[in-house]
Design a protein around this ligand. Structure first.
Ligand SMILES: [Mg+2]
Length: 276
């Protein structure tokens, strides 16, 4: 499971979010998604429009997503039904091709894992619009990957370990279970893994687990972000270390936090040769 570290880079792997990270946050996809979710709640549960919007916001805060909240509250909503309604009807032409992105991804020497809460069909359509081949990534962690139990598959993971009482009904970022899934796929040391996401909440969760973090879509860093970049197009300027320049690892003052959580992570992730 050990990887050849790219020479001179402090990172062996990049975990990269999709929505509002690989494409800009102002495409209009986000508002369209929120409208679709509200319409789903109106159509499926007969809510008034204003009640639907309030419920969506509440469930996002409490459970990470509307779908996660609905399932946790015991509603019989299949993820495919939900995703085909809220993602399937998105105006995908709002996402425009980004030839530079494909070039940049291919030029990065690290393992790259696409790490998204979205479903696989949405991921594929978004990448297609961006003009990025899924094969640019060494792995994809998406809704289906994090939630095999919702599709009638084994919920206990590859090793068949005992059921985890803390596991939420639906696993999504920022849950620790989501990051464990991603780091298993990545197979790398969290401290040498760079996590890029537009959500401050997700960035905070990643930082607490020892990841290096880059907040995308913001000019200024949040407290838990090691880097901030306004768009993914500014990656080479914001984090040249990815390509090996100035490859000194910055001192990390937050690593003492959440020691036990990180010990859990270390137990499931094989350390790379760097730590051995
Ligand atoms: Mg995002």
């Amino acid at each position: 499971m050990a990887f050849q570290s790219p020479v001179g880079s402090p990172f062996d792997c990049l975990l990269i979010d999709l929505d509002d990270t690989l494409y800009p946050g102002n495409t209009g996809i986000g508002p369209a998604l929120r409208r679709n979710i509200d319409e789903f709640l109106v159509a499926r549960f007969g809510l008034a429009a204003d009640k639907a919007a309030a419920l969506r916001a509440d469930l996002f805060r409490s459970h990470g997503s509307t779908l996660a909240g609905l399932i946790a509250l015991g509603h019989d909503v299949h993820p495919d039904e939900y995703h085909s309604y809220v993602h399937g009807r998105l105006p995908y032409d709002m996402i425009t091709a980004d030839p530079q992105l494909a070039v940049a991804l291919q030029s990065m020497p690290q393992r790259k894992i696409l790490f998204t809460n979205s479903d696989r069909a949405h991921m594929k359509r978004s990448l297609e619009r961006l003009g990025v081949d899924e094969a640019c990534f060494d792995g994809v962690v998406c809704f289906e990957t994090m939630n095999p139990h919702l599709f009638g598959e084994d919920a206990e993971g590859e090793k068949g370990e005992a059921a985890d009482v803390d596991r939420p009904a639906v696993v999504l970022k920022p849950s620790v279970h989501a990051f464990v899934t991603a780091l298993r796929v990545a197979g790398t040391n969290p401290r040498r893994t760079l996590f890029l996401d537009d959500s401050e909440r997700n960035i905070a969760a990643g930082k607490a687990l020892g990841l290096r973090t880059a907040l995308v879509g913001k000019r200024a860093r949040s407290k838990e972000a090691d880097y901030a970049l306004e768009t993914i197009g500014g990656l080479r300027r914001a984090i040249p270390e990815i390509w090996g320049a100035d490859g000194e690892l910055q001192p990390d003052h937050n690593v003492e936090k959440n020691k036990s959580m990180r010990a859990d992570l270390d137990a499931v992730i094989q350390p790379t040769s760097i730590q051995a």
